[in-house]
Design a protein around this ligand. Structure first.
Ligand SMILES: [Zn+2]
Length: 305
């Protein structure tokens, strides 16, 4: 089932051959189509096949709306635009420069992923400046025959925006509303370098203030019980942040602390899910990255360890 509501659908990008890890939302009408978060270049063929399955081609895509510029969301944008230079790319102003000149972003990702970089993500090509539209939040964007309200929703990333179509009640929230695969544990994705719990809380309030009927998560798909979902995410965010803080107070290396965190998280998740369900989570959000992002947040606040 890939139809969200009239004019909305989505594609499972089958990231690393796994179902339900990364999704791209499609907005389409007779006026053309728009993609929300096209995913990494390593999934480009799957994206194109998925478009064909909806009777669409990249020639029909007029706009790409990015929630943020992390590689699993925005990696393919430059490659797509190079082949289809009519496409406009919308992104928060803090992310726009990195999309035009991605070298710094690529270098810092390489520090995290090392030799796995290419296998995981593939190319990150620049988007020419003339194709980029910078957002700050508060504006309206027309795409795929719909009008989207844009909100600045940092916390997961300092350049994160969310999009709301009031007519259908659907909010496309990227990673701000967490990871939830097949109705399982609501996991806060907390990779480095921008995690900010205070900003994240405000962003969740901002999303809730739209009173959406449903959310669309990149990892993974539609959520209809919006308020309980957001409350659970807030709770789990505080909980995982607490676990990381406790690991920082323990002696040992960061590797050991990260492993202790992953073990505690797995224990928590196992209360709600079986092993098959759990297996998809580290693909969408590697646990060692979650520790790194929260450890960085606490250390910036002066928590030692
Ligand atoms: Zn992200």
């Amino acid at each position: 089932m890939t139809v969200l509501s009239h004019g909305f659908s989505w594609i499972d990008l089958q990231f690393l051959g796994r179902r339900h890890a990364i999704a791209t939302a499609i907005v389409h009408s007779a006026a053309g189509a728009a993609l929300v978060d096209p995913g990494p270049t390593s999934c480009l063929e799957t994206l194109e096949l998925g478009l064909h399955g909806h009777g669409l081609r990249f020639a029909d895509v007029r706009k790409i709306l990015l929630t943020h510029i992390h590689l699993d969301h925005a990696g393919a944008a430059g490659t797509i635009v190079r082949a289809h230079p009519h496409i406009q790319v919308f992104v928060h102003e803090r992310g726009a420069t990195h999309m035009a000149e991605p070298q710094k972003l690529i270098d810092s990702a390489r520090r995290l992923y090392g030799d796995d970089m290419d296998r995981l993500w593939g190319e990150f090509a620049p988007v020419p400046r003339e194709n980029l539209i910078a957002l700050v939040g508060g504006e309206e964007v027309e795409a795929g025959g719909r009008r989207f309200e844009v909100a600045y929703t940092p916390g997961h990333a300092s350049h994160h925006v969310s999009y709301f179509d009031r007519a259908s009640g659907l909010a496309l929230v990227g990673d701000t509303a967490g990871v939830c695969i097949d109705g399982g544990y609501v996991l806060p994705p907390t990779p480095p370098p921008d995690i900010d719990l205070e900003a994240w809380r405000i962003s969740l309030d901002r999303i809730e203030a739209w009173s959406p009927d449903s959310l669309f998560l990149t990892h993974f798909g539609p959520v209809s019980s919006v308020r309980p979902h957001l409350q659970t995410l807030q709770h789990n965010l505080e909980h995982t942040a607490d676990i990381v803080r406790r690991t920082l107070a323990e002696p040992g290396t960061d590797d050991e602390r990260s492993r202790a965190f992953a073990e505690a998280l797995r224990h928590e998740m196992r209360k709600q899910m079986n092993d098959t369900q759990m297996a998809a989570y580290p693909v969408a959000a590697p646990f060692e990255m979650l520790w790194l992002g929260l450890a960085r947040y606490w250390r910036k606040k002066g928590v030692s360890g």
